[in-house]
Ligand binder design. Structure first.
Ligand SMILES: [Zn+2]
Ligand SMILES: [Zn+2]
Length: 151
C-alpha cells in the first residue's frame, strides 16, 4: 500500500492564501476520533498524514491554536486566518513530525490511512472503518513506532 503512495504531497487552504509541500512519502496516515479532532474538524474525525518536519515547507501566513492532548503534549493546530481551513498540526514543544490534515491535500487519495485512534469516541454517524486496525484511545509508544515502521 505505502509503495503506491506519492513521494511528495501538496496541499493548501480553501482560499488559496496558504500552500504547503512535503517532499516525503507519508510515514503513516491515520484517522483520529478524539474530541479535539472532532471539534476542530467540522465532522466526526480528522485524518492525519505524518511527514518529517524537515521535508515540510509552507507559503502564506497561518495562525495556530494550542491545546493539550491526553498525553500532556500540547498540540498546535495550524489554520488559515482568512478562510479557517485546518491545515496541519505539530507538537507545540517542537519535534520532528508534522501532521498534515488529509482534508487539505490537493489529492486526498494520495494517502492511504492505516489505522484509527480514539475509536471509542467516534460518533454513531461517523463509524470507524472495520477493515483497519483501531485503538480505543491513543496507541502506546511501541504501537505507534510499529505503525511508523510498517511500510
Ligand atoms: Zn485560506
Ligand atoms: Zn485527535
Amino acid at each position: 500500500m505505502a509503495g503506491d503512495q506519492q513521494v511528495s504531497l501538496a496541499g493548501g487552504c480553501l482560499c488559496g492564501a496558504v500552500r504547503y509541500e512535503a517532499a516525503s512519502k507519508p510515514l503513516v496516515a491515520a484517522h483520529c476520533y478524539c474530541i479535539d479532532c472532532r471539534k476542530s474538524s467540522g465532522t466526526g474525525h480528522c485524518t492525519h498524514v505524518v511527514v518529517p518536519a524537515a521535508a515540510f515547507s509552507l507559503s502564506g501566513e497561518v495562525r495556530h491554536y494550542d491545546h493539550p492532548a491526553d498525553s500532556g503534549n500540547v498540540v498546535r493546530r495550524h489554520f488559515c486566518p482568512t478562510c479557517g481551513s485546518a491545515l496541519y498540526s505539530t507538537n507545540a514543544a517542537g519535534g520532528e513530525l508534522v501532521f498534515l490534515r488529509a482534508s487539505s491535500l490537493d489529492d486526498p487519495d494520495a494517502v492511504t490511512p492505516g489505522a484509527s485512534v480514539y475509536a471509542s469516541r467516534a460518533p454513531k454517524w461517523d463509524p470507524v472503518d472495520p477493515d483497519l486496525p483501531s485503538f480505543p484511545k491513543m496507541p502506546s509508544q511501541e504501537q505507534r513506532q510499529a505503525m511508523l515502521q510498517r511500510k
